[in-house]
Structure formats: structure tokens, C-alpha cells
Design a protein around this ligand. Sequence first.
Ligand SMILES: *[C@@H]1O[C@H](CO)[C@@H](O)[C@H](O)[C@H]1NC(C)=O
Length: 177
Amino acid sequence: MKTISKLFFLLFFTLWLHKILAAHGEIPDLIPIACDRTLHKDLCRNNLESDPESIEAVDVHGLTVVAIKQAATNATNIRDYITKLDEGTSDEVVHQCLSDCFQNYEDAIDQLDDSLNALESKRYDDVVTWVTAAMNDALTCDEGFKDQGRQSPLANLRNLFDPLCSIVLSLTNQLKQ
Ligand SMILES: *[C@@H]1O[C@H](CO)[C@@H](O)[C@H](O)[C@H]1NC(C)=O
């Protein structure tokens, strides 16, 4: 082979190899590097590495998609749990708080869906706005109980939901740079 052909062969081979590795999520440092720049490094790594959808992610944008979906799933589970709690109470005050919470988490799910759309069109400021709104919705739920002098039965779940949103915000900020 002439030198020029060898060079072309090498170039295409390298590109091909990169594509294969990327398609299998084997660009080894993507998740650790992105997660190291969040406030919840271990949670971020565990959640992204254990999600089969991360395999498709070849960059931080792809990881952010996965992180938003995880937060939305979390909010959906919490909303369903609220329905169960509500079925188990005859306390009118708790019932009122829980139906407000149901609406809060419903809104949070919508906002996370909106943030996914914003991400797809690279409107990163909108992603930050919607995800922050989702966190505030969850907070509003707990405050509803507090205002009635009650302890929120959702507080522990919010303490797990909040970091998921925080991870999305950190990843989004990396995209903005
Ligand atoms: C929400 O996500 C956290 C962190 O991954 C997890 O520990 C928790 O079980 C999830 N909660 C629900 C209700 O899915």
C-alpha cells in the first residue's frame, strides 16, 4: 500500500473503532468525569452506570437525558405512592395535604418532561428553569404539611428526589460551558 492509502486506512479504522466503542458506552471515563463535577458523585455514578439507557450516551448531553428520565421516574413513583397514602387515611387535613402533594408531583413530572424537550433543542436555561421548578414543587408539598403543623410523610422521598434534580442541574451546567 502507498503511504497515503495507509494513512487513510488508519484514519478510517480509528474512526470506526471510536464509533463502535461509543455505541457500546465504552468511552470509559464519560460517566465518572461528568459525575465528579456534581455534588452527588456516587449517586450520579451508580444511577447512570446501572441504567441500560446510558449505553446509548456518547456525551454529557446523552447522560443528561438519562438523568432527567430517572428524576421523572422518581417523581412518578412518589406520585403513585401519594395515591396509596391517601387511600389509607381518614384524616381530613392529611387528605387535603396529600391531594395538594399529588398535584405538586404531577406538576413536577410535567416540568421534567418539558425540560427534556428543552434539552433536545439545547435551551439549557429553560432546562434549569423547569428542573428548579420541579424541585420547588416537591418542597411545596412538604411545606403544606408543615403549615398544618404536621410532619410530611413525603419528606424522606423528597430527600432522595432532590439530589436527582441537582445532578441534572450540574450536568446541564456542563453543557452550557
Ligand atoms: C428515587 O431515587 C432514589 C435515588 O436513586 C432511590 O433511592 C429511591 O428509591 C427512588 N424513589 C422512588 C420512590 O422511586
